[in-house]
Design a protein around this ligand. Structure first.
Ligand SMILES: Cc1ncc(COP(=O)(O)O)c(C=O)c1O
Length: 459
């Protein structure tokens, strides 16, 4: 075998860390739908968002620039783990006896163990620069909470994390990690906020959801002048910061002498998916490449495959502006599946638009099949994946099996968005045969959709 054929890890130099974030918006065939004020139904302006976000991030949220320079301080911190490696999954390929070539970009090498610090560091930087003292946020799986806690520690910001109650109890060590970095963490819904009190009044045993935790974090920031809110996914500026993943992957695939036929990522709010996929979507839109781009979600929270593309609140209580996205309805509380980071009622507006326009495909899987794939991956490639990332592995394995049936040499690239070292409770449950597949709760979703806000703008 020639040396290049045996290459397993495709590494870049620190000099190859992107100098700019890539913004997909100017490459889109249609402009994104405006974000609307929940009270007036009119497009929001910077002043409406200023109580929650620094001006630099508000500017990035609506930017039409193709690229935005990454501040030196942020790039310097990225050096702690970036560039991340791309691996050729040779042992998985062999186990599957597939004709496909499987590559994965591994974001689990970051200090917090996932892609989340790519935006956490940027957000902490801009808030510190604007004189903010404390950041508030939600977290599902705990990956985002620990990433923001890490970033706040580096910039000497205080940090308050509302952690979805189901995950708070399923993942005690993520909670410890958040505290270890110096942040405070509360199970959500909590009695600390009016939003939390309202949910607890209706259901004292609520498992929580990302939507509820967002309501609490937004309320906390909006009611304290020295605090801002930080979101770990969904918004344009978050997806923008994650574009370092795909920009590096483009170079690494080039170094491997291949171009992906299929790009795959899991979707909670859409940030790791967008991070890897959008630079490839850009090439698809600009250069007419025929790359298939697949977003993978859990059947228990089927936002892209079963949701409606409509204006909705980003949170449960209805405190945030209205965004046009695929949604299951802001009051939808998904079952407490073990991929806690994928339990969000909506999906990023930019991703939703791409799915609506047919540029991106979406598929949904039940959790047992996802864990089967995670175990097969761990036993061949060695890395224990986060249950969220394992959704992308499931879709990759299925794609590789289809390639084998078709006798095609399909090149597949997926995002391994994080490791699962804090997810042993979930793996224990799977190995004990105690994981349940949740049927699509169509009635609950239909009920939640009746509560969608009415808006005059349909753009
Ligand atoms: C490892 C990992 N992957 C994926 C996600 C889903 O989020 P997003 O769709 O924003 O990437 C999460 C969320 O917590 C996560 O922890």
């Amino acid at each position: 075998m020639a040396e290049s054929d045996a290459q397993t890890k495709i590494q870049l130099d620190e000099r190859d860390i992107p100098t700019h974030w890539y913004n997909l918006v100017p490459d889109l065939p249609h402009p994104p739908a405006p974000v609307l004020h929940p009270g007036t139904g009119q497009p929001v302006g910077p002043a409406d968002l200023a109580p929650l976000f620094p001006m630099a991030l508000i500017g990035q949220e609506v930017s039409q620039e193709k690229t935005i320079e990454i501040p030196d301080e942020v790039r310097d911190i990225y050096r702690l783990w970036r560039p991340t490696p791309v691996f050729r999954a040779r042992r998985l390929e062999k186990a599957l006896d597939t004709t496909a070539h499987i590559y994965y970009k591994y974001e689990g090498v970051s200090p917090a163990g996932s892609h989340k610090p790519n935006t956490a560091v940027a957000q902490a930087y801009y808030n510190k620069a604007e004189g903010i003292r404390r950041l508030t946020t939600e977290t599902g799986a705990g990956q985002w909470g620990s990433a923001l806690a890490f970033a706040c520690a580096l910039f000497k910001l205080e940090c308050t994390v509302y952690m979805v109650s189901a995950s708070y109890h399923q993942k005690p060590y993520r909670r410890s990690m958040i505290q270890l970095y110096g942040a405070e963490v509360f199970p959500s819904p909590s009695p600390r906020t009016q939003s939390g009190q309202k949910v607890l009044a209706g259901d004292p045993n609520s498992p929580g959801s990302l939507g509820i935790a967002i309501s609490e974090a937004v309320e906390d920031a909006a009611t304290h002048d020295d605090a801002h809110y930080s979101l770990g996914s969904v918004l344009n500026h978050v997806l923008l910061h994650q574009s370092v993943i795909g920009q590096e992957a483009l170079k690494q695939m080039d170094a491997a002498g291949e171009y992906p036929d299929v790009v795959i990522g899991c979707v909670g709010g859409g940030s790791n998916f967008a991070g890897l996929a959008f630079p490839f979507v850009g090439e698809k839109l600009r250069q007419g490449k025929r790359t298939r781009i697949i977003a993978v979600e859990p059947e228990a929270c089927p936002t892209l495959t079963k949701g409606t593309y409509a204006y909705d609140f980003g949170d449960t209580v209805g405190l945030t502006p209205l965004v046009k996205m695929h949604t299951l309805g802001h009051s939808f509380v998904p079952p407490a599946i073990h991929a806690g980071g994928l339990r969000y009622h909506g999906a990023a507006p930019l991703l939703s638009q791409l799915v609506d326009e047919g540029t991106v495909e979406a598929v949904a899987y039940p959790q047992n099949g996802v864990f089967d794939a995670a175990i097969q991956f761990a036993r061949t490639e060695g890395i224990v994946p986060a249950p969220e990332s394992a959704h992308a592995i499931r879709a990759t394995i299925d794609e590789a099996m289809r390639a084998r049936e078709a006798g095609e040499r399909r090149v597949i690239l997926f995002n391994l968005s994080g490791h699962g070292h804090f997810d042993m409770g979930a793996y224990d449950a799977y190995l004990a045969g105690a994981l349940q597949d949740y049927a699509y709760p169509s009635e609950a979703i239909l009920r939640a959709l009746t509560e969608l806000p009415q808006v005059a703008v349909t753009a």
